[in-house]
Design a protein around this ligand. Structure first.
Ligand SMILES: [Fe+2]
Length: 232
């Protein structure tokens, strides 16, 4: 039998206890609830949208949006296994940044697709009143929304119509990427200005895409979200 010095035995026991503690913490993190995000189906018939082809909408939905949801799930599953008590800060910042981008991109894409309709609609009721109150008129709203989109053309990002529960009014927000969605706002309508949203149909001509989108806005969905936002 090998004679092991008492100090070595104590050190070995310490290491074992340390390893058990790390494992216990890892198990604790591994048992944390992992969100599971599902790809939401298109609520519009892509064959019937004027100005945006079925090929474009299906590619955008099936590749870009669904790919983002898949990435978000992968990030969430990875984070469930991370021992945050031990992992370096740069690993945490990388994961959290990617999670934030994928989460916002998921929400904004779902809003984008839900806000596209098959037939022209107009805002009505309390939403129409709020647009007149906060933007002067629907035409004034359209001018600001369109100009904001064109200001993003050639780059990428989102134009977002949102209700602010804090200020109790509507705003049109400019977001140069997925992570710039306004704090504290309830988004009602989102226009995707990434090139993948229009290049199949319009090449680099973002202005034509914006014009087509403006004709396809499903205002009934915006109104539904606005009614829900007013209860926040
Ligand atoms: Fe997109």
């Amino acid at each position: 039998m090998i004679d092991v010095p008492r100090r070595s035995l104590a050190a070995g026991a310490g290491l074992l206890l340390g390893a058990m503690a790390v494992q216990a913490r890892a198990q604790q993190f591994a048992s944390a609830a992992t969100p599971k995000f599902r790809v939401q189906p298109l609520t519009v018939n892509p064959e019937k949208v004027k100005g945006l082809s079925a090929g474009l909408l299906r590619s955008h939905h099936g590749n870009n949006y669904a790919g983002t949801v898949k990435k978000l799930n992968a990030i969430s599953e990875t984070m469930a296994t991370v021992n945050f008590a031990e992992v370096p800060a740069f690993t945490v910042s990388g994961l959290k940044r990617e999670e934030h981008i994928a989460y916002n991109s998921t929400i904004l894409h779902e809003l984008y697709f839900d806000g596209i309709g098959e037939a022209p609609t107009q805002p009505s009721g309390m939403l129409a009143q709020a647009i007149s109150r906060d933007f002067g008129s629907l035409d004034r709203w359209k001018a600001e929304f369109t100009a904001t989109a064109k200001a993003l053309a050639g780059g990428s990002g989102w134009v977002i119509l949102a209700h602010s529960p804090r200020d109790k009014r509507l705003f049109i927000h400019w977001a140069a990427d997925h992570s710039m969605a306004p704090a504290g706002a309830v988004p009602l309508l989102a226009l995707d200005m990434y090139e993948h949203a229009y290049a199949i149909d319009y090449g680099a001509d973002a202005a034509k895409y914006i014009d087509a989108y403006m004709q396809a806005i499903k205002w009934t969905n915006v109104e539904r979200l606005y009614r829900e936002a007013m209860r926040v």
